[in-house]
Design a protein. Sequence first.
Length: 391
Amino acid sequence: MKQLKKEYLSKKVQDLKPSGIRKFFDLAAGMKDVVSLGVGEPDFVTPWTVREAAILSIEQGYTSYSANAGFLELRKEIAGYMNKQFNLTYSPQSEIIVTVGASQAIDIAMRAILNPGEEVIIIEPCFVSYSPMVEMAGGVPVHVQALKENDFKILPSQLDAVITEKTKAIMLCSPNNPTGTMLNKKELEDIAMIAIKHDVLVIADEIYAELVYDEEYTSLPSVEGMRERTILISGFSKGFAMTGWRLGFVCAPKEMSQAMLKIHQYAIMCAPTMAQFAAIEALQNGRSDIIEMVKSYRRRRNYMVQSFNEIGLTCHSPGGAFYVFPSIESTGLSSEEFAERLLLEESVAVVPGNVFGESGEGHIRCSYATSMDQLQEAVKRIKHFISKLER
Ligand code: PMP
């Protein structure tokens, strides 16, 4: 068949780089007996009562659109949840939008605030979608590196140094993907001071807020002066083990929410209704399931941190999410080389740290959202791999 003219595609899309994670999934997909620490999603199946609520809604014939912003009943549940868990008050009528995953929430947030050429500060290592989403919205991503010597926590002075006249927002993710690093109240207050000083917005990706293991969680808009300048992104994928349902939400002051709603209503109409019924049940009765999942993740995190340190791959203990981010610098391999050889020689899939940004180099991301048996097998194989390298 004739090759399609590349000019059919927009310049912006032509310039987008494919995600560095994909390459490893594609390689792993063609192999047998792979232990995967690669995927960023819970190994738990969505709790049964949540699944049942969706089934019931289908049986009862609730198959039409909901309100653009999502069922009001669900928005009321979200408002109650945000209030109870994080001490935040958002109006279900005008400040909450139910989205197709946190992913769509980030997308409409960018598109609602960015004029061409305006900058968004992206703190690396980070989720691979942020920069492309800024670019697709016409903005310019400005990368700043959270460093391993600071436990991958960004310093306020680093933010201060990169903010310019063109800066519109800071993208902040805590607990973080890929490092698992969580920022405490004091650290958030320090970042808030910079945002307020320069009058910039913050898009706070708090999708992992339920999965925290040591300290109490502080949500950014609960910090003094931040509610009015924060677009809060969250959702059901991680904490509620609902990745495939594609359901997230965004909370923001009325003017920003209504701007995002304009985009949402034209592009998406509404999030899937059966998933919304499931989410109502998850918020009403899902707390005990979350508590059990968090207990299990904490055990696995402890095991992985201890194992990596014993193997000689320095690994700090992350406060949240379900990733560890050990250093592989002692091996002398680049993160790409390490990940590729580990996959080909020992059939263990991990993600090289460099795909998450410059300061991720020298590390690998390992998701511990898989069974303890699989984790033990992975550790055994990684140990074998390292001992071979040492020979
Ligand atoms: N933000 C972060 C930091 C993530 O890790 C992910 C998923 N990997 C998302 C957002 C997207 O989540 P969702 O499934 O809700 O679109």
